[in-house]
Design a protein around this ligand. Structure first.
Ligand code: EPU
Length: 432
């Protein structure tokens, strides 16, 4: 069993380099299935979700070559399988992108329903509705989603998404790149990773227009060729370091980012009294002495405040001077972390999609649990600011999405370590 142990109270100083975006990488790597040639993909984050996706691609028959720590070459020319094993797909949400990518490549796919963080009900009906509109027959049988396009290739279609869905937008884009004719996705999501997937596909010869707006048009082409592509920086990783400085204090230069992608987070932190300066592809985040002001946050699809930053900003609000209200606009159940914050002395009340946070003078370290990826990041943010020692378990959730977080924070002056407790010890302590 591994844990993070944080001794809080050190302000953060120095520079941190942001890695490639998880939610772009987990779609762009499967997109290589559509490419007739070798793709070299750069700025790939070294996180366990990426390892999982590469494992699935290898299982399908792709040749995966790591050129260096963050560059991978994918040659999918020998892929023959169209079915993803249950045990691999269940471990990761993004395995649903294998449906769109395999459907685009072979006109058929067999993929188990995806896993991922428990954020309440996570349907994929909009993905399936899109595939069905493109002429695909969808059946769920023996725990697998079977998708088959009768003519061996989906056809273009007009798809109106009933909810703005990142996953459905990207998945339909994948299925449409090589489809027969024009696909129009209306009410599409606009997140930076959607534009990144479209840019990747276009750089390999696809014809995708309008990504980043709510109408995306994809004219199917007969072939995508190989090439080199670099993944955008991770908006949420950068935002997490911004909240870490806001909570713990100090001054940190956050490098390798696209400041525009962070506007929604910057605006809230500035409102609370954090000083943020833009310098090329970096942000300098400063938090002086004194308490921050409270604020209200509603999470929304991009360009709104991202739901994937909601737990981390909640950690900062726990220390603000006054009452803040959080309104979760995307997921049904994204406050499972509230009990963990309470262990640290936070005053947070949850009612459905609303959380009311009464800021306290200080948090105190406690044993807490990373109940999902972003909740785990929020425990780190809180632990860095808390007095005393915080021990975070179930850190495998955090490792799904944050590259080298212990090393990056240590370099900024945080007192954070990863410790491994021998199995005999935690069993004899009655844990697990
Ligand atoms: N929804 C439907 N039907 C669908 C798809 C979605 O009703 O077919 C609903 C969902 O229940 C939710 C809303 O639409 O209420 C938005 O869901 P979306 O499809 O946008 O989410 P997702 O694709 O499953 C991705 C990220 C999540 C992030 C959300 C929202 C990946 C692999 N996951 O999930 O990231 O919270 O978009 O931005 O890209 C994370 O990184 O920690 C994470 C959970």
């Amino acid at each position: 069993m591994t844990k993070y142990v944080i001794r809080g109270g050190n302000p953060l100083h120095g520079e941190v380099d942001i890695s490639g975006a998880k939610n772009a990488a987990v779609a762009i790597l499967p997109a290589a299935l559509l490419v007739d040639g070798v793709c070299r993909i750069e700025n790939v984050p070294e996180i366990s979700d990426v390892t999982m996706i590469l494992g699935i691609l290898r299982d399908l028959g792709a040749k995966v070559t790591m050129i260096n720590r963050t560059t991978v070459e994918l040659d999918c020319s020998r892929v023959y399988k169209q079915n993803v094993p249950y045990e691999l797909a269940r471990q990761i949400r993004a395995s649903y992108y294998l449906i769109g990518a395999l459907l685009g490549r072979f006109g058929r796919a067999e993929v188990p329903p995806p896993g991922g963080c428990d954020l309440g009900v996570r349907p994929i009906d909009q993905h399936l509705k899109g595939f069905a509109a493109m002429g695909t027959r969808i059946q769920v049988e023996n725990g697998f989603i079977h998708a088959a396009a009768p003519n061996g290739r989906p056809h273009g279609a007009q798809v109106y998404l009933d909810v703005v869905s990142v996953g459905a937008t990207m998945n339909i884009l994948l299925a449409a790149a090589l489809a027969d004719g024009l696909t129009i996705i209306e009410n599409a999501a606009k997140e930076p990773h959607i534009v990144d997937l479209a840019n990747f596909l276009n750089s390999m010869g696809a014809d995708v227009m309008g990504a980043g707006t709510d109408v995306i048009k994809v004219r199917g082409v007969s072939r995508l060729r190989g090439g080199t592509y670099s993944i955008i920086p991770d908006q949420i990783e950068a935002g997490t370091y911004m909240t870490a400085v806001a909570a713990a204090g100090g001054e940190v230069r956050i490098n390798n980012i696209i400041p525009k992608h962070l506007d929604c987070i910057t605006a809230k932190l500035v409102e609370m009294g954090v000083d943020i300066e833009e310098e090329g592809d970096a942000l300098i985040v400063r938090r002086g002495p004194g308490r921050l002001s409270p604020t209200n946050v509603k999470t929304m699809p991009y360009p709104g405040f991202p739901t994937d930053m909601q737990p981390q900003i909640a950690a900062v609000l726990c220390l603000a001077q006054g009452t803040s209200i959080l309104n979760e606009g995307v997921w049904d159940n994204r406050y499972r972390y509230a009990d963990e914050f309470r262990r640290m002395g936070a005053n947070i009340q949850v009612n459905g999609k609303i959380a009311v946070i009464e800021g306290v003078d200080s948090l105190t370290g406690a044993p807490v649990c990373a109940c999902d990826l972003r909740a785990g990041a929020a425990m780190i943010v809180a632990g860095l600011a808390a007095q005393g020692t915080t021990e975070i378990d179930q850190i495998y959730h955090i490792e799904r999405g944050y590259e080298n977080i212990v090393a990056k924070l240590s370099k900024l002056g945080a007192d954070i370590r990863e410790i491994t407790i021998p199995e005999e010890e935690w069993r004899s302590n009655g844990v697990g």
